[in-house]
Ligand binder design. Structure first.
Ligand code: AKG
Ligand code: FE2
Length: 248
């Protein structure tokens, strides 16, 4: 398992987990909840609409988030081992904290060739766990070619984010991906982003010291996560990714 995680993370920047032990009813209810929420009357949804980051539309996602955190902890143990570190290494720097749950609802598109669901990007955080309903659309870039990541019933996609690429000193590669539009739908996806604990914002962030040696010098300057977040928020997805500012 550790070797599979290592190879997938180094070469592809993503993998899928199926035997995660999360009841399929929890995943199905999450998809159904987002489906129902989005198909409510427009006037009802308008009342909840806001682009203010401080305002949060809250639904009952507590059980789902608990499962994501538990799975995240296990994955961070495997990823630590895959880096040759103690299993608790990534957990001890509070990678698994600061999770943020989002949802996407892509309606059926009459002319999918003219648009995209989400533009090409790598997730800026540490790790993402993505739940998809049964409609394809996610593609990952590998060796300059786009590959479909078809939904697997009960499966969750795990994306390496830019910050894990930095922590691993480029041993793990973040995965460039996009979502294409579809004639059929709706396509529903639920990314859970692990961004690291808020206390990391003020501390220097960079490649894990134990991974650095004369033969493997740091590939990034240390930086403050709060500056990184500010850079991310002030740019758009297709612009220069904020980690590029810190590359050596
Ligand atoms: O909906 C998808 O398949 C991908 C969404 C995504 O990449 C994101 O939210 O970062
Ligand atoms: Fe993404």
């Amino acid at each position: 398992m550790v070797n599979e995680v290592r190879v997938a993370s180094e070469e592809w920047g993503f993998f899928q987990v199926i035997n995660h032990g999360i009841p399929s009813s929890v995943l199905d209810e999450m998809i159904e909840g987002i489906h129902l929420f989005n198909e409510q009357d427009l006037e009802l949804k308008k009342e909840l609409y806001s682009r203010d980051r401080e305002k949060k539309v809250k639904r009952s996602t507590i059980e789902y988030i608990k499962h994501m955190k538990r799975l995240g902890e296990t994955l961070f143990e495997l990823l630590s081992e895959a880096l040759g570190l103690r299993p608790d290494h990534l957990g001890s720097i509070r990678c698994c904290k600061g999770s943020s749950l989002h949802s996407h609802y892509y309606p059926p598109c009459p002319q999918p060739e003219l648009t995209l669901g989400v533009r090409k990007h790598a997730d800026p955080g540490i790790l993402t766990l993505l739940l998809q309903n049964n409609i394809s659309g996610l593609q990952v870039l590998h060796n300059d070619q786009w590959f479909d990541v078809r939904p697997t019933r009960g499966g969750l996609v795990v994306n390496i984010g830019d910050l894990l690429q930095v922590l691993s000193n480029d041993k793990f590669k973040s995965v460039k991906h996009r979502a294409i539009a579809n004639h059929v739908g709706p396509r529903i996806t639920v990314p859970c982003f692990f961004l690291g604990h808020a206390s990391l914002l003020e501390k220097p962030f960079g490649p894990i010291k134990e991974l650095i040696s004369e033969a493997n010098p740091p590939r990034y300057n240390e930086f403050l996560l709060k500056d990184y977040v500010a850079k991310f928020l002030s740019s758009s997805l297709d612009k220069k990714p904020p980690i590029d500012y810190y590359k050596l």
